[in-house]
Design a protein around this ligand. Structure first.
Ligand SMILES: [Zn+2]
Length: 246
């Protein structure tokens, strides 16, 4: 009987899965009828979860785990992308602000070949920082006078010298341009660095004076100009030197 039990128990898993021949099945059935131990063993086998069931359970949990990971990764990536975009935007703003105050690109307008030859390094450097807000505000008075000079096509050279000082070079002298009718110009303050008694102003201008017949009497396009200024006894800034690369 004991020997038969061990044979039956070997077969039991196959018997449970109906993977035995009819003959063997009958033999097991017959044995089980008379053997409560082996019957108990069969019941125990039935109670165990099937291997495929366990497999599919693992697969399901693996799948959900993978899905969860992918979802998390996607979320993380999206967050990373947002962060990267924010960083790029931040850098862009910082660069814009820096370039506003330190317009290094003006080196191109000034002309790299003039560096150290016509303009000194210190003078060039003054164009690469726009200066304080108060200096720029103070410099506006000088620019207004230059504006008037540019527009002036009605006075002689001597009169313009009297009216505008060194800025008279931007006026159109009637004794030189007898047919001058009107002037068109733009004048941009690049930088202003004013000390107690003297300072420097960088400007960029374009100017064209037209004759009555519409032809151009004289003009210049995108000319950087460095003006040295000194404070007069009246407290006003007066241009005492103009440096323009020829
Ligand atoms: Zn048995």
């Amino acid at each position: 009987m004991k020997n038969e039990c061990s044979i039956v128990r070997d077969i039991l898993p196959l018997y449970l899965e109906s993977m035995v021949s009819d003959e063997t099945g009958e033999f097991v059935k017959e044995h089980l009828r008379g053997c409560p131990e082996c019957t108990a063993e069969l019941e125990a086998l039935k109670a165990e979860p099937k291997i495929e069931a366990v497999g599919s359970e693992i697969r399901d949990s693996l799948e959900t785990e993978v899905m969860r990971c992918m979802k998390a990764a996607r979320k993380k990536l999206r967050r990373k992308a947002y962060r990267a975009a924010a960083v790029i935007a931040g850098i862009f703003i910082i660069v814009c602000v820096l370039l506003h105050f330190f317009p290094v690109y003006r080196l191109i307008d000034i002309g790299p070949m003039t560096m150290g030859s016509y303009y000194s390094g210190g003078q060039i450097a003054k164009a690469l920082y726009i200066g304080s807000a108060s200096d720029r505000a103070e410099a506006q008075a000088v620019l207004r006078l230059a504006d008037q000079a540019f527009n002036d096509v009605r006075h002689t050279g001597a009169e313009n010298d009297e009216r505008y000082g060194l800025l008279a070079r931007y006026a159109t002298d009637t004794d030189r341009y007898v047919d001058a009718s009107f002037n068109e110009h733009s004048l941009e303050l690049w930088a202003a660095h004013l000390g107690k008694d003297e300072g420097w102003i960088w400007v960029l201008y374009s100017s064209k004076t037209f004759n009555h017949d519409g032809s151009v009497a004289h003009g210049g396009w995108n000319i950087p100009s460095l003006w040295k200024v000194e404070r007069s006894s009246g407290g006003e800034w007066v241009v005492v030197q103009i440096r323009e690369h020829p």
